[in-house]
Design a protein around this ligand. Sequence first.
Ligand SMILES: [Zn+2]
Length: 352
Amino acid sequence: MEADWFDGRSSRALRVSLRLSVDGRSLLVEPVGPDADVPAEAWPLAETTITPRLGRAPRILRRPGCGQLEVADAPLFDAWFPGGGGWIERSADWLERRRWMMVASAMAVVSLVLAVALVGVPLAAGLVAERMPRSIERHASDQVLALLEHAGIRPTALPAVRQAGLARQFRALVAREPRAGEMALAFVRGGRLGANAFALPDGRIFVTDELVELAGSDDELLAVLAHEAGHHVHRHAMRGALESSSALLLAGVLFGDVSGSSLSVGLPAALLSSRFSRGHERQADAYAFVLLQRHGRTPGAFASLLRRLARAGDPAETAGYFSSHPPSAERIAAAEAAASAGGGSTEPPGRL
Ligand SMILES: [Zn+2]
């Protein structure tokens, strides 16, 4: 059997022929062809290490002080020194020799990553968001607010009595809801955000003056506030931010750029930039419809406000917060379906 011998003295490989000795205890290394004048050597197997078989990779034999031999994929050699290595090397070899296994394992890796991204990350984000300390929620909210101030929100110009009236109605609406103690209504002039509303992770729910001016009635505003309360109850802001920063982290792991800072730097930015997912919007809408009906209000008011936003060119589409991820038409239809199914009935509180 032929092999290449890198003897460690010359950079050139010597062409050699390999034979097992009669007693099977050593390997006879005999230079051939142009290198036939180089003295042959006997390598005791006890002193020689042989790399395990791995697919079609060449097997390497090393003997201290004598350099190394490279044997290209040779069934005869494999017969002399089958496998070698532990079970990991043997399974790796088994896998390497099967092309379909390579395709299958690549697909398995892709599906695993997808499963982690689509199921594992949202699941983990939900669990983490539920255990997020209040101090972090407040800190993250302050940072978002600072960014929004930078983006042009200004103190409200709404008369105090108008603010108080809406706040009173909002309190009554959410009084018996989970996390109600954390929710607080606040008003700002939206500027570039236009007619908009958004819920921060700490429970502050902001409504822009522009939205108050656009709304045709308090019912419409309360419908939006119910939707924002849904985001807070389900911790969508924090979950969304954790999901998108986990996606960054996951990408970092996959593409080899894991700086520990990516999460801490990414969180406020993710809070600001991540529009709620379609799933979160639908969940908040559904929550709002039930809450409104329980208080004898109609989800139809939500539909009419969405229509108004659409007619006004919906600056929220570009600004992000009260965003229309699911197309407005679909949300309007859902609100109207809920309105006609419930008929604005006055179910006893707490039934759902
Ligand atoms: Zn929303």
